[in-house]
Ligand binder design. Structure first.
Ligand SMILES: *Cc1c(COP(=O)(O)O)cnc(C)c1O
Length: 379
């Protein structure tokens, strides 16, 4: 699914020399590389504050800890996403409220958000799924109308642009009050281990978050709030710092692969290719509206599961993200949910299949994959 070797070859010397310096200076934690990466990422994203931390799940949790949320407050998020998003809501004793998604973009449906709002709703967590932003025009309008926080889960869309209806472009993760991202190795900007970060333009919130990641400490050995221990280590920061200047190039390569996939699948019955929105009608090479963390097809004739099996037999990796809606996961089942309120998610889990997606897919691999998929789906 993911081949990271090409990326490593290109930054090998830089990483080796940075690693040597870190090992020689023992600056393993909070060293200059961590601070340097923080600054580089702030510049890249054009955001005031980046707070590095240990992983994306922590980043989500810490972002929520920094807001004045109380047990029982309701937080609305998508039914069709990775469990981390809902997990941290539940861990903080907030009440997760899952809602359905849009059939074309797989992202949280603003109409479903509005329907789910109650007097207890305090925040919305849009997940920019598979590399494309949720409908932030509408989500910001809803949040403003109901006085809600917007916490972006940007684990899958780092480097993506969102284009507002008025033409303004902004980087994913810099649009809401606060955002979380992950540097898990397979993400678009991946470390060689775990890593994460929180972004915000709010100075006071940034100060709060910097204390929370460090045991609630704002002054040495003075603990003002209950915090956590969540750090990005220097070795990971060095890798990320070497990769960040290449991120646009990585994302362009993913988009290029996506464009080739979609071209091959064009007009083929029973296969629906990913849809790019946000002002970009097709997968173009310039606008960064979709950074294709995943390239996800819908197989609409009931053959998805047999296709997975067929691809496995042909040596082609593939994935089903996600096979079970969160509202049906044992940990998150709640009598408040009515299965009929999730028609899109319930359909998507039967139809989606993600194909190999990384920065080193060549034409021969893409042709083999697309020929195999096309040959099977309509036979
Ligand atoms: C990867 C991911 C996370 C969690 O990131 P980790 O670094 O693995 O903790 C959260 N949300 C989404 C949507 C993700 O894809």
């Amino acid at each position: 699914m993911v081949d990271l070797n090409g990326q490593f070859e290109a930054i090998k010397e830089q990483v080796n020399s940075k690693f040597a310096t870190i090992l020689e200076t023992s600056a393993f934690i909070n060293g200059p590389e961590v601070h340097g990466f923080q600054k580089d990422l702030e510049t890249y994203l054009d955001v005031k504050h980046v707070i590095p931390c240990a992983n994306g799940t922590d980043a989500l949790q810490i972002a929520m800890m920094g807001l004045d949320l109380k047990p029982g407050d309701e937080v609305i998020t998508a039914d069709f996403t990775f469990a981390a998003t809902v997990e941290v809501i539940a861990l903080l004793q907030l009440t997760p409220v899952l809602v359905d998604v849009d059939a074309e973009t797989f992202n949280i449906d603003p109409v479903a958000i509005e329907k789910a709002i109650t007097s207890k709703t305090k925040a919305i967590v849009p997940v920019h799924l598979f590399g494309q932003c949720a409908n932030m025009d509408q989500i910001l309008a809803i949040a403003e109308k109901h006085n809600l926080y917007v916490i972006e889960d940007n684990a899958q869309a780092i480097g993506a642009n969102y284009r507002f209806k008025n033409g303004k472009k902004q980087k994913a993760g810099t649009i809401g009050h606060v955002a979380a991202t992950s540097f898990f190795p397979s993400k678009n900007l991946g470390a060689y281990g775990d890593g994460g970060a929180i972004f915000t333009n709010d100075d006071a919130l940034a100060h709060t978050l910097r204390g929370i990641v460090n045991h609630g400490m704002y002054e040495r050995y003075h603990h003002d709030v209950v915090g956590v221990n969540s750090r990005l280590d220097s070795l990971q920061a060095a890798v990320l710092r070497a990769k960040l200047p290449l991120l646009n190039n990585y994302n362009a390569k993913r988009r290029e692969a996506a464009r080739k996939y979609s071209k091959a699948f064009k007009g083929i019955a029973n296969i629906e290719v990913p849809v790019t929105v946000n002002g970009c009608g097709e997968i173009c090479d310039t606008c960064d509206c979709h950074v294709f963390h995943q390239y996800t097809l819908k197989i609409t004739n009931g053959k998805r599961d047999s296709l997975v099996q067929h691809l496995n037999e042909k040596g082609i990796p593939c994935g089903v993200y996600y096979p079970i809606p969160l509202h049906k996961q044992k940990a998150y089942i709640d009598p408040r949910y009515n299965d009929a309120d999730f028609p899109i998610t319930n359909q998507l889990i039967k139809e989606v299949i993600s194909l190999p997606m990384h920065t080193d897919l060549d034409d021969e691999q893409i042709a083999y994959i697309t020929d195999t998929v096309i040959g099977f789906v309509n036979r």
